[in-house]
Design a protein around this ligand. Structure first.
Ligand SMILES: [Zn+2]
Length: 165
C-alpha cells in the first residue's frame, strides 16, 4: 500500500491518542483522528467506560466532535484514521457521515477476536454492500505498532473478560 507522509503523520497522532487512552481512567487504547484538507476536524480515543456508553468508540467520539465543530453531520472528503480496524457500528457511522476514506492500523487478524462483534462479517463487507461507492478502505498502516496496543490473537483471555461475550 503506497502510504503518504501525511498518512503516517496522522496515524502517529492516532497512536498518541491511543497511548493516552491506555493510561487515562475510563478510556481505552483506541485512537482516531479525522482530517480534512490537511486539518484535524475531530479526534478522540475510546471513552466507553468514561461515559457508560457502548457507542463511545474512538471513531464515534471523533465524528461527534467533528460534527459539533463544523455544525454539520456530513464529513465529505474527510479521512478517518484509526489504530484498530473499525467495528461494524463505526463502519456504518462512517458511511452515514459521508466520510471519504478510512485508514486503519491493526486489522482483525492482528488482534484478539474480542474486539469485534461478528464472527464473519467484516468492515470490508459493510463497505462493499453500501449504496455509496465513493468510500475507500485501506488497512495495515503501521499495523505492527498499532497491534502492540492490543491483546494478541492467540492470548488466553478468560471468557468473562472478553468484551464481545
Ligand atoms: Zn467501533
Amino acid at each position: 500500500m503506497p502510504w503518504t507522509l501525511d498518512d503516517a503523520t496522522w496515524m502517529n497522532r492516532a497512536i498518541g491518542l491511543a497511548r493516552e487512552g491506555a493510561v487515562r481512567p475510563g478510556m481505552n487504547p483506541i485512537g482516531c483522528v479525522i482530517v480534512r484538507n490537511g486539518e484535524v476536524i475531530g479526534e478522540g480515543c475510546n471513552e466507553v467506560d468514561l461515559h457508560h456508553d457502548a457507542t463511545a468508540h474512538a471513531e464515534i467520539v471523533a465524528m461527534r466532535r467533528a460534527g459539533q465543530m463544523l455544525e454539520c453531520q456530513e464529513l465529505r472528503d474527510a479521512v478517518l484514521y484509526t489504530t484498530l480496524q473499525p467495528c461494524g457500528m463505526c463502519t456504518m457511522a462512517s458511511i452515514w457521515a459521508k466520510i471519504g476514506r478510512i485508514v486503519y492500523g491493526a486489522g482483525r487478524e492482528d488482534v484478539h477476536a474480542m474486539y469485534f462483534e461478528d464472527r464473519h462479517l467484516d468492515t470490508v463487507d459493510f463497505i462493499r454492500d453500501a449504496f455509496r461507492n465513493d468510500l475507500s478502505l485501506e488497512g495495515g498502516l503501521m499495523a505492527r505498532e498499532c497491534a502492540t496496543l492490543y491483546v494478541p490473537p492467540d492470548a488466553d483471555v478468560p471468557k468473562d473478560e472478553q468484551f464481545n461475550r
